[in-house]
Design a protein around this ligand. Sequence first.
Ligand SMILES: Nc1ncnc2c1ncn2[C@@H]1O[C@H](COP(=O)(O)OP(=O)(O)OP(=O)(O)O)[C@@H](O)[C@H]1O
Ligand SMILES: [Mg+2]
Length: 373
Amino acid sequence: MYFTSLKLRHFRNYVSLDLAPAQGTTVLYGANGSGKTNLLEAMHLLSIGRSHRTAVDREMIEQGESVAFVRGETRRLDGKHELEVRLYPLQKPQKRVLLYGKPAQRISDMMGHATTVMFGPEDLRIVRDGPAARRRFMDMQLSQIRPSYVQALKRYLSVLESRNALLRTRRCDAPADLDAQLDAWDEQLAGAAVYVVEHRRWFLTELAQNAADQYAAIAEDPQETFELRYTGPLATVDTPYRQMLSALKRSRAEDKQRMYTHYGPHRDDLAMLLCGKELRAFGSQGQLRTAVLSMKLGEIRLIENEMGEKPTLLLDDVFSELDLKRRTALLKTAYGVQTFLTCTDKADAAGTHADAFFRVQTDDAGKAFLQEG
Ligand SMILES: Nc1ncnc2c1ncn2[C@@H]1O[C@H](COP(=O)(O)OP(=O)(O)OP(=O)(O)O)[C@@H](O)[C@H]1O
Ligand SMILES: [Mg+2]
């Protein structure tokens, strides 16, 4: 799939931008703070309805404006797709999605119209940060590939929140039938957990294989193996529903005391192992980068296998950081993939066989505009 049209209005430092992107590689170069990442962020927003760098949607609205939108047209094997995300700082809901000009029922309806893989400097956080960063990674990627996952996750998190809210009621205010109510929530939570875990298991099995292959192809040492493994309370359990239900019962006293649900896929994690050892603790800087690059390349393959076509690749500031071997691997996997690549100097994109170059500039008021060439 590829973007054929992009329109931004009052998005970050873009007052107005209309772009008809090339099907191949577009290089966006320019000074720090000019608006390169903002443009990639807009495409990411169209693919999953969220920014890759903020959870606060209103930050994406140009300062002082009351509405922002990003509109995109994509071409997929099944034809043309049109989608739009509108952001409002003061209204509820703060975000609206339009498909073919008509309001979508749910945010998740937008999945599958534009599929992107973003690779930027912040991706090293998948390795370095805590489990929440890795769950976020799983959630973002899975949402694009399997829209039903969005529903499954939403359902799980909403039941979890209800159970936690009940646990938070002060002891003196607790309902007389607290345990009976918790029994009911336990069943619902266990039922919802099963779907989340099934999706994550599938995703990790597929991604692990693809990422391991990619790592083997670009590692310095051919003996070096990279392994991704889904870990979490239900990751390898044969009967997740029963296991979850009995664990919730077992931990109920503790949950009541700490007013929080301790067991479930909201505590999931992802093990990243280099030759069987924890990558975060044992890996060098270069090995960490190679591992993350392998995961991204693996994702492209996974999307292609699953959806029958390649995603759009958004490469933010990473190309110039890679050595020749890794650049070559990236370009090989990205062959035939619509790619947007950002860098500060045009020369940093040498070797990419780009179809279009745009200098991202800002006017006196700091507003971004593109100049071709
Ligand atoms: N909501 C907003 N309204 C107006 N301007 C904004 C908003 N959010 C961010 N900006 C501006 O956008 C600019 C940052 O853009 P961006 O992150 O795309 O830069 P960049 O070209 O990727 O830079 P770098 O090379 O440093 O990564 C900053 O100047 C910032 O002030
Ligand atoms: Mg940037």
